[in-house]
Design a protein around this ligand. Structure first.
Ligand code: SF4
Length: 243
């Protein structure tokens, strides 16, 4: 059975997670003042840009969206577009066939069920093709000023390393963080964790020596995936028989 959704007591002498989360946020704030890098003018453009940003950098998405939005700028236009043309326009973002298929299907649903506008409720958003909870929270937070916690792989890893939760399931991580992060900071805090996860607390090689929140982190000095893989390889080396 899954553990209940609670914050965890940190190891050692660190304060409880609920007491560390505000100083962590304050420390990260000046480091990542502009974490949202996607360019958009309307909720629909943001929704499409976030779908395209899966497994892709914001920079690359921003490079292709001007041409995309010049060609298609309403849900109806995307819904009725030629899929091959859409694929060609979104190709630089990678996984372009899937992304084009999802964008078209999503916009068809927007037209059929929401009059061509982007809905403002989480449940409605996640019912659309290609829209998960993470995408929905980004859209709600940035386009509609509705706070939400965006949990991607970086945010989840940081939340666990920082001892803010033990959960691996993104929805449980989101709910655990909602319990301890002040609501007005939900979106910004998760964005900062994502940026810190990309820049410093990387999955393969966390840079604890350069980390601005190392004194607030119970996992300072943790080995990343790279070190674990290396250790595994060494363990697999054949052992020389005694002479
Ligand atoms: S101290 Fe290390 S493990 Fe903790 S947040 Fe910083 S980089 Fe990540």
């Amino acid at each position: 059975m899954d553990a209940p959704i609670t914050t965890v007591e940190p190891e050692g002498k660190l304060a409880p997670a609920a007491d560390r989360v505000v100083p962590i946020n304050e420390r990260l704030k000046p480091l990542y003042p502009d974490f949202e890098g996607l360019n958009y003018e309307t909720p629909l453009q943001l929704l499409i840009a976030v779908i395209l940003s899966a497994q892709c950098t914001d920079k690359r998405v921003n490079a292709l969206t001007p041409a995309l939005f010049a060609r298609f700028n309403t849900a109806e236009a995307f819904a009725e577009c030629d899929i091959k043309e859409l694929e060609r326009l979104v190709k630089p973002s990678g996984f372009y066939k899937n992304k084009a298929k999802n964008i078209k299907a999503c916009c068809k649903e927007l037209v059929a069920r929401f009059g061509g506008t982007v809905p403002t409720q989480l449940d409605d958003l996640v019912s659309l093709a290609g829209v998960g909870r993470k995408t929905a929270n980004v859209v709600l937070g940035h386009a509609f000023d509705k706070p939400g916690i965006t949990v991607d792989t970086h945010c989840g890893r940081l939340a666990r390393r920082l001892g803010l939760t033990r959960h691996k399931d993104p929805v449980k991580v989101e709910l655990a963080l909602c319990e301890i992060v002040p609501e007005p900071e939900w979106l910004l805090f998760s964005g900062r964790l994502i940026m810190h996860g990309r820049a410093v607390c990387r999955s393969r090689k966390p840079q604890c020596a350069k980390c601005a929140i190392s004194d607030l982190c119970p996992k300072v000095g943790v080995k990343g995936l790279a070190a674990k893989r290396k250790r595994k390889k060494v363990n697999k080396l054949p052992v020389e028989p005694p002479a």
